[in-house]
Design a protein around this ligand. Structure first.
Ligand SMILES: CC(C)(COP(=O)(O)OP(=O)(O)OC[C@H]1O[C@@H](n2cnc3c(N)ncnc32)[C@H](O)[C@@H]1OP(=O)(O)O)[C@@H](O)C(=O)NCCC(=O)NCCS
Length: 155
């Protein structure tokens, strides 16, 4: 699992992607503090560790976690500045909602959030689907980053 680097000053304009997602009836927004249990339960479906990270993201102001929702149901989530400062992740989209652009839209919202807080680069921690990140935001692999910070993990 390597880390990847993203140039935030070169991010493409994602407004068209956000319009497409909205046209599918999906809302993209920051999660709210009073939804912490709901978002953490969704993330727990992927990993207990991701639920822990969501709980950290939901204590930030502004909340460092975006969600994709439709009809009061969560379809996907993405956190940033949570595992480490400047890191993107974890992220996940429900299996039945994949391929609709939600993963990319959640990624871009989070990267824009990092850019707004003054970061020039973001790090995608412990990837994962490398081609997805390379294609979506031009991420490149960081040499020597495996296992990086993930070398000594408690269960
Ligand atoms: C990775 C993940 C978030 C992608 O979500 P998604 O909503 O299906 O992705 P999108 O629909 O936004 O896909 C955007 C583009 O990336 C491509 N893509 C999606 N998943 C990909 C993958 N695993 N590998 C390569 N390309 C991928 C899509 O084909 C699409 O291409 P297009 O722009 O040419 O149409 C989702 O598959 C997921 O939740 N996986 C399990 C959890 C996970 O691995 N999280 C990442 C941990 S680092």
């Amino acid at each position: 699992m390597i880390d990847m680097l993203v140039r935030l000053y070169d991010l493409p304009d994602s407004s068209e992607l956000y319009r497409e997602v909205a046209a599918k009836g999906v809302t993209l927004r920051r999660a709210r503090a009073f939804e912490k249990h709901t978002v953490a339960a969704f993330a727990r479906g992927f990993s207990e560790k991701w639920a822990s990270e969501v709980e950290v993201a939901l204590t930030r102001q502004p909340v460092a976690c975006f969600v994709a929702t439709r009809e009061k149901k969560i379809l996907g989530f993405a956190c940033y500045d949570t595992t480490m400062r400047g890191f993107f992740g974890p992220t996940g989209v429900a299996e039945e909602s994949r391929g609709l652009g939600l993963g990319k839209a959640l990624l871009m919202k989070s990267l824009e959030g990092l850019r707004e807080t003054g970061h020039a680069y973001a790090i995608i921690g412990g990837v994962g689907p490398r081609e997805f990140y390379a294609k979506a935001c031009g991420a490149i692999e960081i040499p020597g980053s495996d296992p990086g910070i993930y070398g000594d993990i408690l269960p």
